[in-house]
Design a protein. Structure first.
Length: 100
């Protein structure tokens, strides 16, 4: 799938997709597997990752992730887990648009 915002054939802005995944094969003994939120662009390049705290979820990791990348003028997408007022406010404060 090509995540590319276009108008009249010209590329307008990058699209950053935020998504969380549980890493397979890293559970050891009593340790839980790592859960990571990533910011990936339209070409599949991962710009940043944030480890989700074991006692938390993506809702607290996404704002930390957004601090690491320059999203100004671009579009940020996320799934239902990221549909939070605080996350949308952070995206707007960093002068980006969002699709939740």
């Amino acid at each position: 799938m090509n995540f590319l915002a276009v108008m009249g054939g010209e590329k307008l802005r990058k699209i950053f997709a935020l998504d969380g995944k549980t890493q397979r094969g890293n559970k050891r003994g009593g340790q839980e597997p790592n859960h990571i939120v990533s910011a990936v662009d339209e070409s599949g390049f991962c710009f940043s990752q944030q480890l989700v705290d074991g006692k938390s979820n993506e809702i607290t990791a996404i704002p930390k992730l957004l601090e690491d990348i320059n999203i100004k003028g671009h579009i940020v997408t996320t799934d239902a887990m990221g549909c939070q007022k605080d996350i949308a406010d952070k995206i707007v404060k960093k002068k980006a648009d969002y699709v939740l």
